[in-house]
Design a binder for this molecule. Structure first.
Ligand code: TPP
Length: 940
């Protein structure tokens, strides 16, 4: 008996009279010495307990009874049925090219020592809760099970642990609900659809010879799958669908699912502006950036007549990295953020669909990162439908080199996701699977995989010749009729259409495409080839935004944050730390976590929702934040920000799963969808963000210029050389600075909690404006509680974000200053500690660059201009010379130091980020500090 599938009836129902007596004897023996009992019976006893016949549970099927004394046959038959249910997929007809050996041996009667006659003797009720119509005995039952489990659809669901789900799936399969026949009209509509899908590819192939399109031919039924999923969820009142997919068949999805008209699609190939063909109904939306992207990376948004909005996400080439972005967007469609408290998650509002290649699905780790989100509180989207567009090849690489598992979908089984494999040559089966997958997701709110198995008609792209590397496969492909041809022939054989009608439909649709292209040629003359401009608002480097907040309002918030709900007791030590925030407010000792909490409080009062995630984000890696408190007596949680007065938006903070790429992508996607939410992600240590490098390189830095996508996403990267070794010192700020251009984002490195507070408030105020852009914050560790980095209430109430801060106490004697030291972040507080009140440092002025990008060149130049005798401008940093901001700032520093000496003060170039041991760190750090403050004449 398989562990995977349980038959609903007890097997004892098949025994009666002497047979039952024998089994009872064996049960007694089993209780005393189980080793003497046959293993099959042992497993039955273990599973079903004592052999008793329950009234009404006795199988009575047309007079047949179990063969006398032959319980073994019954056991074997039950095992056979289970084998079909759990292993039938290996024998299923799911490969259009029939180029994979089917494994039928384990579901053959002979493997269980059964003959058709044996089976005919066994009652059908052993196998089913509800015996399907026409099934009269065990032989019929086994034939029936084979017919549903080994046809064009194959199922793997034994790994789903929830019995209710398994039962539901089994019932859908075995009752025939899943395979509901299509009506004649539905079949004809399907043929029409396939004819469009095929002709779209053919038309481009013939008209735009040699242009890449990453044809979906061989998987044409992907469109049918989408159609059925969308129809089903539309009927369920889902309001938003977010789709992520790579290159394969994407243009076909754009035109047939997103309804980008044919002329608009063809204009992209003909280099005519596609704006000329934008439909007037206003339901199609496309954003564009000024540098642009290739056509098969562009996305679109389409609102269907029902009001359901469908978006295909813009994506880079990097396979599957769009998955978390799409799910973040999906989650955003499901969250209600306009009310105070936690954002309210309603998964019924949105659906995420992710399409993956068969090589990429098991190959790219981000796929499983995202599968792991499905049941987490902060990242669940109520079930994703994952489609594997399985053409059984990845570029030139065939499956045996691509993966170690039987199916491309196998990684999903670890997440208890049911898998349905379907033969892409069978449009009706694909439609049935589409409905089934959507119904499962709607019913259980969980992920499901549809493995759509077809082939690839051409090379990887249309200029590749696949016969060079995959000759055997392509011999088969060359001989294989298209899906439309096969389905047309099927409908002819069913008498629904004539062969002439199939041919006429084909010709008419091709002609329709020709008309669309003629329109493009006609309009080409009117095309002014206008270049898209970068928005004016984005050209502003230093937006002047008032971020001040009334002192009384802040005072009230501060008090309210310290009021816990009745009987709530935080852990004792923490309680004391929080209590100190009362005094800190009046004694200018507002530390980083405190200032940050006050910033969030004012932001939600201003009506901007906040969503904050990261590993251990609620407490904060450095125990500095404590946004969520835990009752020491019962573990109950309490979020003070949910209880302040006057909040007008939600505040949500989630500890995230231990991943970076996926979570950064998710949060970025969330922010794209809900641009009014201040989305903040924090790396545990800044260095770990390089696990998400692709998100910065391919989405966050350039999405506005490529795709016209606005985002105000905030990224916090703890950084600072504090002797904790190479992986806990550097956030690799140089990476972000290298990507800085066209005001694509802000990169800030604050030395003061108050400035950070204003930075967050400035970012919140910029959301949904044209000038909005992401914000990368190089954030502190030791400065979190450093008195020299603390803020005063006045600073929070009256100030604003300072791009540059001059060291208090220095630079007062303008004539005496000979050296101006510039730098950023924590090292500037090390310097502040060193110079104290400035006594003995008349030769020196220190200027902190709080915003690195855009570099505050004019502000720094104004400061330098105040000091007539400056001989030297020094850039100080604790990062090695080839890292940190030095190389990025160099060109600007040359300009700023014109006529003076420009000096680098810092560690030498290093292949690692820092010293590994605390003593070496101390020595290196103090050498940097001493060199920075030394008198100019004394330095070589
Ligand atoms: C991260 C990444 N690595 C490599 C590539 C190059 N590449 C583009 S498509 C492709 C094959 C993908 O195969 P599969 O996932 O089966 O999708 P198919 O193209 O067959 O639809 C490769 C290797 C890429 N785009 N992204």
């Amino acid at each position: 008996m398989s562990n995977n599938v349980t038959t609903v009836s007890s097997p004892w129902s098949a025994f009666s009279g002497p047979n039952l007596g024998y089994v009872m004897e064996q049960y007694d023996l089993f209780l005393q010495s189980p080793e003497e009992v046959e293993p099959e019976l042992v497993s039955l006893f273990q599973q079903f307990g004592a052999p008793v016949v329950v009234e009404g549970d006795v199988a009575v099927v047309s007079g047949s009874a179990a063969p006398a004394g032959d319980y073994k046959k019954v056991l074997a038959a039950v095992k056979l049925a289970d084998a079909i249910r759990s292993q039938g997929h290996l024998a299923a007809d799911i490969y259009p090219l029939k180029n994979r050996a089917l494994q039928t041996a384990q579901i053959e009667e002979s493997a269980f020592n059964l003959s058709p006659a044996d089976l005919a003797e066994i009652p059908a009720a052993i196998f089913f809760k509800d015996v399907p119509a026409g099934v009269k005995n065990g032989k019929d039952a086994i034939d029936y099970l084979k017919s549903v489990y080994t046809d064009k659809i194959a199922f793997e669901y034994g790994h789903v642990v929830v019995t209710e789900e398994r039962d539901w799936i089994q019932t859908q399969i075995e009752s025939g609900s899943l395979k509901q026949a299509l009506s004649s009209d539905e079949k004809k509509a399907l043929l029409d659809r396939l004819t469009r899908v095929e002709n779209f590819e053919k038309f481009i192939h013939k008209t735009f010879v040699g242009q890449k399109r990453f044809s979906g031919e061989g998987l044409d039924t992907q469109i049918v799958l989408f159609d059925e999923i969308l129809k089903t969820v539309e009927a369920n009142k889902v309001e938003n669908v977010r789709i992520g997919m790579a290159h394969r068949g994407r243009l076909n999805v754009l035109t047939h699912i997103l309804n980008k008209p044919y002329d608009m699609m063809f204009s992209d190939f003909a280099h005519v502006s596609n704006d000329l063909f934008m439909p007037e109904h206003g339901r199609l939306e496309i954003t564009k950036g000024w540098t642009g992207d290739v056509k098969y990376h562009m996305g679109a948004s389409y609102t269907r007549e029902s009001g359901m909005n469908v978006k295909l996400a813009y994506n880079p080439s990097h396979l599957e990295v769009g998955n978390p972005v799409v799910l973040g967007s999906t989650r955003a469609t499901q969250d209600e953020t306009s009310k105070p408290g936690q954002a309210v998650h309603n998964p019924a509002k949105g659906l995420g669909i992710l399409v993956n290649g068969d090589a990429a699905f098991p190959g790219q780790g981000i796929v499983t990162e995202v599968l792991n989100y499905s049941k987490t509180e902060g990242f669940s989207t109520g079930g994703t439908i994952h489609i594997i567009a399985n053409n059984m090849i990845g570029f030139t690489t065939e499956l045996q080199d691509s993966r170690s598992s039987v199916y491309s979908s196998d990684p999903a089984k670890g997440y208890e996701v049911p898998v349905v494999h379907v033969n892409a040559d069978s449009p009706e089966a694909v439609a049935q699977v589409g409905r089934f997958a959507a119904n499962y997701r709607q019913k259980f709110g969980k992920d499901i995989i549809v493995d759509l198995i077809g082939y690839r008609r051409h090379g990887h792209n249309e200029t590749d010749d696949p016969t060079v590397t995959n000759p055997e496969t392509y011999k088969l492909v060359a001989k294989h009729d298209t899906i439309r041809t096969l389905y047309g022939a099927q409908l002819v054989s069913e008498g629904l259409v004539t062969a002439d009608e199939v041919a006429a439909l084909d010709a008419a649709i091709y002609a329709e495409m020709q008309v669309a292209y003629d329109h493009v040629k006609e309009m080409a003359a009117k095309d002014e080839h206008k270049q898209i401009e970068m928005p004016e608002e984005l050209k502003i480097e230093f937006p002047q935004i008032d971020t001040a907040v009334g002192a009384e309002r802040l005072q009230t918030i501060n008090e309210e944050l310290l009021v816990f709900e009745q009987n709530f007791e935080p852990q004792k030590k923490l309680g004391k730390i929080l209590e100190k925030r009362r005094d800190a407010f009046t004694s200018a000792k507002i530390d980083w976590g405190h200032a940050e909490t006050l910033a969030y409080a004012t932001i939600i009062q201003d009506g901007t929702p906040v969503r904050f995630t990261g590993q251990d984000a609620q407490r904060g890696t450095f125990s500095q934040r404590h946004l969520v408190l835990h009752d020491k007596n019962n573990g109950n949680v309490f979020t003070p920000l949910h209880h302040i007065s006057g909040a007008n938006a939600s505040f949500t903070v989630h500890n995230s799963p231990l991943t970076e790429a996926g979570v950064v992508g998710f949060e970025y996607g969330y922010n794209l969808e809900k641009g009014n939410v201040l989305s903040v992600w924090e790396a545990q240590f800044g260095d770990f963000a390089n696990m998400a490098q692709v998100m910065f390189d391919n989405f966050i830095s350039g999405a506005r210029s490529k795709w016209g996508q606005k985002s105000g996403f905030v990224i916090l990267l703890p950084h600072g050389y504090e002797g904790q070794g190479p992986e806990h010192s550097s956030s690799r700020m140089e990476r972000y600075l290298q990507m800085s251009a066209e005001n694509n984002w802000f990169v800030a490195n604050c030395s003061n909690a108050g400035n950070y507070y204003h930075l967050l408030r400035r970012q919140a105020a910029m959301l949904e404006t044209e000038g909005v852009r992401p914000l990368v914050v190089v954030s502190p560790k030791s400065l979190l509680r450093h008195p020299l980095a603390a803020a005063s209430a006045e600073q929070l109430a009256d100030g604003s974000f300072q791009e540059v801060i001059e060291q208090p106490g220095l630079g007062t004697k303008t004539e005496s200053v000979e050296r101006i030291v510039l730098g950023t972040g924590k090292v500037m507080i090390d310097l502040a500690d060193r110079v104290k009140d400035g006594e003995g440092f008349d030769h020196l002025h220190i200027v902190r660059v709080e915003q690195l990008y855009p570099f505050p060149t004019a502000q720094v130049a104004d400061i330098i201009a105040k000091y007539p005798n400056v001989k030297e401008i020094a850039w100080v940093q604790e990062e090695p010379k080839n890292q940190g901001a030095w190389n990025y700032a160099l060109e600007t520093l040359y300009e700023l130091s014109e006529g003076k000496k420009l000096r680098y003060v810092g560690r030498p170039a290093m292949s690692s980020t820092s010293e590994g041991d605390a003593d070496s760190h101390k020595a290196a750090q103090s050498a940097v500090i001493e060199e920075a403050v030394a008198e100019t004449v004394k330095v070589k």
